[in-house]
Design a protein around this ligand. Structure first.
Ligand code: PMV
Length: 354
């Protein structure tokens, strides 16, 4: 059974019973995963191309239930950061988890979806988010949480959202978290394939060979918003610096995409390392991320770079085999004490859209 709300014209599918019988509304659940940026971070904020790789091994889940007794439109929010991985097992009960204030962007997102579904009369909801995506590491934790929550809210409200609508809701939260979000995190945290974002258009680029990406956590991070602001302030003070950065970044990303398509991982690795140097020149790396990138190269990686917003966060290293990836990860753990994840880069066709 479907119905149309007169104010939005949106088709809604009541999740249980009828739309009028919200007392039978079941929980809404949603999931999403982390990501790393392979090429083009920061430049993508200004429309230059960037490439991201989903990390399905790091997950986030959300649950939305109607509050037992509440004021209309009341929102109670709980956030649990779990060890890196995919949260599993029974969902923590709202009754036993401490309540906190939702970050501004998450609060705006909740309001926006519930208003779309219920107009002014949204019921009070209990929102629980559980994330195994380490925060402030350039791994897309804020976007993964926002995406999982969007799906959970839509499920709760009986809203069937298109991919574009989900993207727009995630961006409500991401724009608050990043200051000015390119949208690449919002896309990659819901994709199973690498995502290329180029002048606002998202596609899946062709990948000509199987490879491996080692993700090494530097152990500290900064807010993406601070990094984006630092860069734009710097650009404002040096005429032509922004244009030079964007041109160089776009050239490297396009070069990297050609190597990726041909399956030339050694050449792609060289582009990774050149990207690291470009971003280091802007002050986005730290002594620790520089050291991790160097150590990965010494351990036999084909290339290594910081990934995401920077000022800490993660370094990624490319290898052609799982065995080489394991050796790089083992050395980074042993000699640098860095927690690592290894994720595959899988050969596949390119296609339009995500
Ligand atoms: O969330 P992070 O740290 O991976 O940063 C996303 C990448 C940026 O290009 C720095 C920002 C953006 O919105 O694209």
């Amino acid at each position: 059974m479907t119905q149309r709300r007169p104010d939005t014209g949106r088709t809604t599918i009541p999740a249980a019973g009828t739309a009028a019988d919200r007392s039978t509304q079941p929980a809404g659940n949603g999931t999403a995963h982390g990501k790393v940026i392979l090429l083009g971070e920061h430049a993508v904020v200004y429309g230059a191309p960037a490439l991201a790789l989903p990390i399905p091994e790091l997950g986030c889940r959300a649950r939305v239930v109607r509050q037992a007794r509440s004021e209309p439109e009341a929102v109670s929010y709980r956030f649990l950061q779990t060890p890196a991985g995919i949260p599993s097992g029974p969902f923590p009960s709202p009754a036993t988890s401490p309540q906190e204030t939702a970050p501004e962007g998450i609060h705006d997102l909740i309001r926006a979806v519930l208003r779309e579904a219920f107009g002014g009369g949204a019921p009070g909801v209990d929102v629980t988010l559980e994330s195994g995506v380490p925060p402030a590491r350039g791994l897309g934790s804020s976007a993964a949480c926002a995406r999982a929550l969007t799906h959970a809210l839509a499920g709760f409200a009986g809203l069937r959202l298109s991919a574009d609508e989900v993207f727009r809701y995630v961006q409500v939260s991401e724009n608050a978290a990043h200051g000015r979000a390119s949208g690449i995190d919002a896309l990659a945290t819901g994709s199973r394939r690498p995502v290329l974002l180029d002048r606002g258009r998202a596609t899946t680029p062709p990948v000509g060979a199987d490879g491996w990406v080692v993700v090494a956590d530097s152990g500290s991070g900064a807010s993406t918003k601070d990094a984006v602001t630092m860069l734009s302030d710097g650009f404002a003070q040096a005429a032509g610096s922004r244009e030079r950065f964007l041109e160089r970044s776009a050239t490297l990303t396009r070069e990297g995409l050609r190597h990726l398509e041909r399956g030339d991982l050694a050449a792609l690795g060289g582009v990774f390392t050149a990207c690291h140097e470009l971003l280091a020149g802007l002050g986005l790396t730290t002594a620790r991320t520089d050291a991790l990138a160097r150590a990965a190269l010494e351990a036999g990686a084909l290339g290594a770079k910081m990934s995401g917003g920077g000022l800490g966060g993660c370094v990624i290293a490319l290898t052609a085999t799982g065995q080489a990836a394991g050796a790089v990860a083992a050395l980074l753990l042993r000699e640098q004490g860095a927690l690592c994840w290894v994720t595959p880069l899988t050969r596949g066709e390119g296609h339009d859209g995500i």
